[in-house]
Design a protein around this ligand. Sequence first.
Ligand code: G3P
Length: 220
Amino acid sequence: MKIFLDTADIEEIRIAARWGVLDGVTTNPTLYAKVGGSYDSILAEVCKITSGPVSAEVISDDVEAMLDEGRHFAKIAPNIVVKVAMSENGLEAISRFADEGIRTNCTLIFTANQGLLAAKAGATLISPFVGRLDDINQDGMIVIRELAEIFAIHEMDAQILSASIRNPLHVTQSAMAGAHIATIPFKVLQQMVHHPLTDKGIAQFKADWTKAREASAATS
Ligand code: G3P
């Protein structure tokens, strides 16, 4: 399963890239609002850090305006993927982007049927929001599992991008449920690295090494 970072924070993206685990990035208006500045410049910078897909979200409601926004983003770098929210107009925009060879990520997916429609319209990435479903007492992983099965049975090319990830367990569950990609907040990525026994083990090895060195220095 590929790992994308769900952030518009350049420093977080640089760190994940240095760790060698970054396959792409997703942004949205909320994540952009946290960092501010020029959205275009942020996207251009992110596309220099990773050659993987970088999602840039359109905010217009009508089809022509979505197309204008998306075409503008697509010119920033070849790895830009235009993010379009699920809606009747969104499906039309996705279909037209596909005709133009512009890749899309259909966002705000909460049911397998929405994902199926987005894939049929030509979206490259389908983003079910698992955390927001869990928040309202529905199992978000069911949508991932259903879509994985549907796409496999019908040999559909769209990729499932598990989004709205809130904790490391969501990442493991997404991988096991058949998501092709999980987009992860930086904090959750850090949580995935650590385990109390790993951290304790590192401290113990360091202490034992120092003790052994001191003992050998004292006898030589
Ligand atoms: O990229 C969109 C998605 O990951 C949003 O997550 O935490 O706002 O539900 P959240």
